[in-house]
Design a protein around this ligand. Structure first.
Ligand code: ADP
Ligand code: ZN
Ligand code: ZN
Length: 744
């Protein structure tokens, strides 16, 4: 490696490009220029100008010099990606089967990729509002996507980033362009504004006297940090046991030793409250979150790179924060599936944190009240060191949990299709009279998930996907939750022409209506993807709830995690069963985690809390264990099942998904891909078979699942499958997913 090539003798560099090509390319360094590994450069590749990262330098090349093109630009040459991050990207590419360029792209903030003043395209309503609303209505039948786009911008209530419009409506560029042409929308370029996440001052965390369990955890971790050795700890602490206080104390030690730290929290928990807890103790916190503009993110990145900030707090991608002298990585709520990225590179931040810890001799702490089976499995095998916080810290006590068997409920408790058990109703009445607050949890949005013909039993399906459409009453539309397609409610059944379609099942919208009918005095709010479409809605509702302007908050998993409201004394789980029968080996684990986390929202203050879990399956081991606050017995049972069926932690999974308009093509491609896997030792292939959701957006989906029982068999399987670009074609998309978080 030539760190500073002689200006007289032009050197060569290897450049990784953000393309799915598993090799680097040689470029020449013009005389007098300087390029080192980790530098961002601009090059020409097959006539296109691309950004890339220098991965190595050399004085000479084996290629004919005339064929080697020069690099065109070195971007911010003084701030190269640190070598440890280059190495991390290499390991990431090897583990997840992506190219080094794709892996490197994930480690860089957007601003470092593009330069200069950034103007971001937004869409805003140009026509008078009533005219625009009228247009939404008129376009609905013939130009559904246009109608959807216009409605989304209207509902947002201000200039909406074009990127978000497209993502939310699942549309291409053509609908919004036409709307602009017709004078309904207008594209505006808005300069990026600074969007710092201001820490909430009231959260200035009290520096509590640690209890003995916390103290032991802090001491154990701090000893390792001081020793400067890599080690992974699993901090298993019940909800409210003071895990954050443990992180804060260890961070003090890290800083006292002049080292840096990274704290990862789930995106949804990255609120002013959470940030406030860290920022109030440490002046040099850099916050990295998705709401940051590229410019702001770039500034935080520079602060970290220059050592001006030594603690990075953020969601998944903060793992790549370029901190100096890393001592500690904390992953709070390690069980959260949002730590797995669901686009290339499909990395899991927990696994990559451990790799980064190895590379930089840093300590990794995984915290959770409900550790994943993978993590607890590793802790039991001594790969991680287990630390336990068995009780709530401070005033809070674990809530009392009541399981309400819905099979025994009389007919009267079912009104308008919504089941609110007598127990839950009585307690809601009681809590509301006492002016306490109530959380109702239901993990399903919309009014009713299925619209069914009572005569022939056919449900209304999406024309593009093989799923039922969800009825949204307020909007008056059936919506496909997979492709966003909408349609009007049919008067009669499409199959047998019988009239009177029946709303089957309950979503949050229907629940909200039922609660308002039963408790007309109560102020009820709903928090789900539908009500949160408006700008700033999330923060508004939470702040209203905090100020006690809301009595009953209904929500999907958006309200399940992390909320800490001392006046919530009752949590109702309207249906514990929604996720129980999903065809995924993790269905029980997810149900347990969710129930446990939701239950943890009650009784966080001085007042005692109660949780009512409504279920048709009270004997299910996941439901029963959650009701008894019994993580260990759940793990015991579940590990038994996993061992029997050969799923993680007893195997590493690799999923290959093929999507094409022609089902035969998707199927054929996988059948070819599976061939080299046949006969390999220590692995098992399930499929190829149609995916659970067999069609999405008119693309047929086939998949196969490879269970690798040994690290070596995982390596062999990855090698045998080959690269995604070898497999895929112009008409069939291939996705290679290591440790998949979804099997649908
Ligand atoms: P967790 O992250 O484990 O859910 P938190 O860190 O949010 O728990 O702590 C729950 C509450 O207990 C917080 O209000 C926190 O300030 C308080 N707390 C933490 N440690 C102590 C302690 N040693 N004594 C008293 N209160 C504590
Ligand atoms: Zn019918
Ligand atoms: Zn669809």
């Amino acid at each position: 490696m030539v760190a500073d090539p002689d200006p007289a003798a032009p050197g060569y560099v290897q450049v990784a490009l953000n393309l799915p090509l598993r090799r680097e390319f040689t470029y020449a360094v013009p005389p007098g220029w300087r390029a080192v590994p980790g530098n961002r450069v601009r090059v020409t590749f097959h006539g296109r100008k691309l950004g890339g990262i220098v991965t190595a330098t050399a004085a000479t090349t084996d290629l004919p010099p005339a064929k080697v093109r020069p690099i065109e630009l070195v971007l911010d040459g003084d701030t190269a990606l640190p070598p440890a991050l280059l190495e991390l990207a290499r390991r990431m590419a090897a583990t997840y089967g992506c190219s080094l360029g794709e892996a490197l792209d994930a480690t860089l903030p957007a601003v470092a990729k593009r330069r200069g003043e950034r103007l971001v395209p937004h869409l805003e309503v140009k026509a008078p509002l009533d005219l625009a609303r009228q247009a939404v209505f008129e376009l609905e039948d013939k130009h559904q996507e246009r109608s959807r786009v216009l409605r989304t911008v209207l509902e947002f209530g201000g200039p909406m980033p074009l990127f978000d419009v497209r993502a939310r409506t699942n549309t291409s560029d053509s609908p919004w362009r036409t709307l602009c042409k017709h004078g309904l929308l207008r594209k505006v370029m808005i300069a990026e504004e600074l969007e710092e996440l201001v820490p909430a001052i009231e959260e200035a965390a009290l520096r509590h006297q640690l209890n003995e369990h916390q103290q032991r955890a802090v001491d154990t971790v701090a000893t390792m940090v001081t020793a400067g050795k890599h080690r992974t700890f699993l901090l298993h602490g019940v909800t409210g046991s003071g895990k954050t206080e443990v992180y804060l104390r260890v961070l003090e030690q890290v800083r006292a030793r002049g080292k840096s730290a990274i704290v990862l929290v789930p995106e949804i928990s990255l609120t002013p409250q959470t940030v406030g807890r860290f920022a109030s103790r440490f002046p040099d916190v850099a916050v990295l979150h998705s709401g940051l503009t590229d410019a702001a993110r770039g500034r935080q990145w520079q602060r970290l790179l220059q050592g001006k900030a030594r603690i990075a707090v953020g969601a998944r991608s903060a793992l790549f924060a370029p901190v100096q002298d890393l001592g500690l990585i904390v992953i709070d709520e390690e069980h959260e599936s949002s730590f797995k990225q669901d686009s290339t590179p499909r990395y899991h931040a927990r696994e990559m944190a451990i790799v980064r810890g190895e590379i930089e001799n840093a300590v990794v702490v995984l915290g959770s009240a409900t550790p994943t089976l993978e993590s607890i499995g590793k802790a039991r095998r001594g790969i991680y060191e287990l630390l336990t916080l068995p009780q709530r810290a401070g005033a809070g006590r674990l809530p009392k949990i009541v399981v309400q068997d819905l099979r025994a409920e009389p007919k009267e408790s079912r009104r308008a299709g919504v089941v609110l058990s007598r127990t839950l109703l009585v307690m809601m009445q009681e809590r509301l009279s006492a002016k306490d607050q109530v959380l109702l949890f239901l993990n399903r949005r919309g009014y009713s998930p299925v619209l069914l013909c009572p005569s022939c039993g056919e449900a209304v399906k999406c024309e593009s996907c093989s799923v039922s459409m969800t009825w949204h009453n307020r909007r008056g539309r059936l919506v496909c939750h997979w492709c966003c397609r909408e349609k009007r409610r049919p008067e009669t059944c499409a199959t047998c022409q019988s009239p009177g379609m029946h709303e089957l099942g309950v979503g949050t919208e229907r629940l909200e209506q039922a609660v308002k009918e039963r408790f007309p005095q109560a102020i009820v709010a709903r928090m789900d993807a539908d009500t949160m479409a408006e700008r700033g809605a999330h923060e508004r509702v939470l702040s209203a709830f905090r100020k006690r302007h809301i009595d009953v908050l209904i929500g999907t998993q958006m309200i399940a995690k992390g909320l800490d409201f001392p006046d919530v004394t009752l949590v109702g789980v309207v249906s514990a069963d929604t996720g129980l029968f999903v065809p995924d080996y993790r269905a029980a684990e997810r149900t347990f985690q969710l129930l446990h986390q939701v239950a943890g929202r009650a009784g966080r203050g001085e007042k005692a809390g109660t949780v009512v879990i409504q279920t048709f399956c009270p004997d299910n081991y996941a439901v029963a264990a959650a009701a008894n606050n019994d993580y260990d017995s759940f793990v015991q049972q579940e590990l038994g099942f996993r061992k029997l069926t050969g799923y993680p932690p007893f195997a590493r999974l690799l999923r290959v998904l093929a999507e094409a308009r022609s089902e035969t093509e998707a199927q054929g491609l996988l059948q070819k891909a599976v061939e080299p896997l046949r006969g390999l030792p220590d692995l098992e292939v399930l499929g190829p078979a149609p995916a659970v959701v067999a069609k999405v957006k008119d693309h047929w989906r086939w998949h196969m699942l490879v269970k690798c029982f040994q690290p070596a068999s995982f390596q062999r399987a990855m090698a045998a499958i080959g690269t995604v670009e070898d497999l895929g074609t112009r008409t069939c998309r291939i996705t290679l997913d290591v440790d998949p978080s979804s099997l649908m």
